[in-house]
Design a protein around this ligand. Structure first.
Ligand SMILES: *Cc1c(COP(=O)(O)O)cnc(C)c1O
Length: 376
């Protein structure tokens, strides 16, 4: 059996939607499909406003602009995250202050944040790893106490909740990704979600190259021009049309992924007895959106052996982030603190194949090989 790590799921409706865009001859951004995508996300999850972007990376860069981040700013975020979480703020010249991860999940350890706050701290970024929420009550209370902006990097967290609140609705701003590797995809694609009305108008301007073009098209002003800094962050209608097909099938996709995730978990549950850290932990305040199924090995040697064994059976597994505080770009800028849990996740976490078209037979085959590896 050959099992890839990821395979994008196609609903079949994408091609019809794209044909309609071609027929309408409205290919640039902010047409009817962009409006449908944004309305879907706002209605379903209760964001005050959403804006479709070409990537989550773009949406994060918009957040840094909206928060007026500059070279005097400090931003607290986990070291164990995707490079774009940090890069968006580094582009504005900010200092990134990396926090360690929790022991039981790769998410930021909320008990390690307060000691990192200084007069220059402006933002805390909460990245919800594998779509399972960070401990948001604690982050919110720090935000209130020190007047900090909370931004959620919810790239992996569509359709997941913290104590019944949809992820992405808790921070002032949040970002989603529709990259090929995410639960719902348009190849590349992202979304900025805005929960504070005071950011809405400026976000529209920043996304339209620093112009008030959006207001002009709504007929609110009679000519448009350059009013602020910005860039071209909006996605084409072709992207929106593709994405809308996926959103229309979201319930099916999510149900399928959850059942695959549960099958992995049940198949492997015996391993918990011999190696209590191996299986993923979803904290009680979080939900599981089945973005990813990962295992945590004891050390990097065990992980390398496991990945090799799986590879010899045709199963493609992968590790994930390297700690950003040790990256080539940031290691000399980091203040030297050891972040042992971030390093542990970098060394020990392994992701198993997880995609909507995966079959139960494939999950069983992968599980069997893992059980054999551990002699369980
Ligand atoms: C995927 C991902 C991103 C980047 O998303 P793009 O849409 O590819 O820009 C950012 N942060 C996290 C945590 C991600 O998983």
């Amino acid at each position: 059996m050959e099992i890839p790590f990821n395979k994008p799921y196609i609903t079949g409706q994408e091609i019809e939607n794209i044909a309609r865009v071609i027929e309408l001859k409205k290919l640039a951004g902010d047409g009817e499909y962009t409006a449908s995508v944004q309305k879907y996300m706002e209605d379903k999850y209760g964001f005050k406003k959403t804006l479709l972007t070409t990537s989550c990376t773009d949406a994060l860069e918009m957040c840094a602009l909206l928060a007026n981040i500059d070279s005097q700013s400090e931003i607290i975020m986990p070291s164990y995250t995707f490079v774009s979480t940090a890069n968006a703020f580094a582009l504005r010249g900010a200092k990134i202050v990396f926090a360690d991860s929790e022991r039981i999940t790769p998410n930021i350890d909320v008990n390690k944040i307060e000691e990192l706050i200084t007069e220059k701290t402006r933002v805390i970024v909460a990245m919800h790893y594998a779509g399972a929420s960070c401990d948001m009550d604690k982050i919110n209370s720090l935000s209130e106490k020190y007047n900090l902006i909370v931004i959620e990097d919810a790239a992996q967290a569509i359709d997941s909740y913290y104590k019944n609140q949809p992820l992405g609705t808790i921070g002032a701003l949040s970002t989603f990704s529709f990259h090929e590797t995410k639960n719902l995809t348009s190849g590349e694609g992202g979304l900025l979600a805005i929960n504070r009305p005071e950011y809405i108008m400026r976000a529209e301007i920043i996304r339209e190259k620093g112009t008030n073009r959006s207001q002009f098209f709504r007929g609110e002003i009679d000519k448009y021009g350059w009013v602020d800094i910005g860039s071209s962050f909006l996605a084409s209608e072709l992207i929106a049309a593709f994405l809308m097909a996926q959103l229309n099938k979201k319930e099916d996709i999510q149900q399928k992924r959850r059942s695959l995730w549960n099958r992995y978990y049940n198949n492997l549950s015996n391993l918990g007895a011999s190696n209590e850290n191996l299986l993923p932990i979803i904290p009680e305040y979080a939900t599981n959106n089945a973005h990813m199924f990962y295992l945590t090995c004891e050390d990097i040697e065990e992980r390398t052996k496991l990945m090799k064994t799986l590879s010899s059976k045709g199963i493609k597994s992968t590790f994930h982030y390297l700690s950003l505080h040790k990256s080539n770009y940031y290691k000399d800028k980091h203040d030297g603190r050891e972040l042992s849990q971030a390093d542990k996740w970098a060394d020990c976490l392994v992701r198993l194949p997880m995609f909507t078209d995966l079959t139960y037979d494939e999950v069983d085959y992968i599980s069997e090989n893992i059980l054999n590896f551990y002699n369980a």
